[in-house]
Design a protein. Structure first.
Length: 189
């Protein structure tokens, strides 16, 4: 049984956002290619500068050589739990517009696509745990020229915290917290 991590918010926020969290415990259940394609299609509908859609994804399913490669790039703190994900997805972005001009906002646009991917997956009962902790140089050497790695996403159906070793078990149960509006709103009233 998975954990309920629905956020308690100060203001009314839609359930899809309140229920989004980054699980570390994944069930031994594959994500079908059709479901993965649905999730990736959701990402494609994100906004982007001049509609360039700079994001690119490489999907590695558990049990494949590519999954083992992606897993080997993960930071030591991510490897123990992420190896149980149904898929590891490398998010990357182009660095220039199609015209060849630099694309300074590509990371922002890729991040927005990653959020839509995450929300779509969540609506399907699939958890997504973004990880900045991975060997970006190794990922860059894997990617075609002109692409920059952004983040690695562990994806799968959430499972019980009992499967995890410490310190991950405790982290899985910890309550979700966020800064209050007056901590990040520059013109708080």
């Amino acid at each position: 049984m998975s954990i309920n991590k629905t956020a308690t918010t100060q203001y009314p926020v839609i359930d899809l956002i309140r229920q989004r969290w980054s699980p570390r415990s994944f069930a031994d259940k594959a994500i079908s290619p059709d479901d993965m394609h649905t999730i990736l299609e959701a990402a494609s509908w994100s906004f982007s500068a001049m509609n360039e859609q700079p994001w690119r994804y490489a999907v590695a399913y558990r049990g494949t050589a590519l999954f083992d490669t992606f897993s080997s790039w993960l930071a030591a703190g991510n490897q123990p739990w992420a190896k149980h994900a149904a898929a590891l997805v490398l998010s990357s972005t182009v660095t220039s517009f199609a015209s060849g001009r630099p694309y300074p906002d590509a990371l922002h646009d890729a991040g927005a696509a990653n959020m839509l991917l995450t929300l779509q997956a969540g609506s399907m009962g699939i958890g997504v745990h973004p990880m900045a902790g991975f060997d970006k140089a190794a990922a860059e050497s894997f990617l075609p020229e002109g692409l920059q790695p952004v983040i690695m996403l562990a994806m799968g159906y959430p499972d019980t915290h009992e499967k995890l070793d410490e310190p991950y078990r405790t982290r899985e149960l910890a309550p979700r917290t966020r800064k209050s509006l007056n901590e990040f709103l520059l013109n708080a009233e």
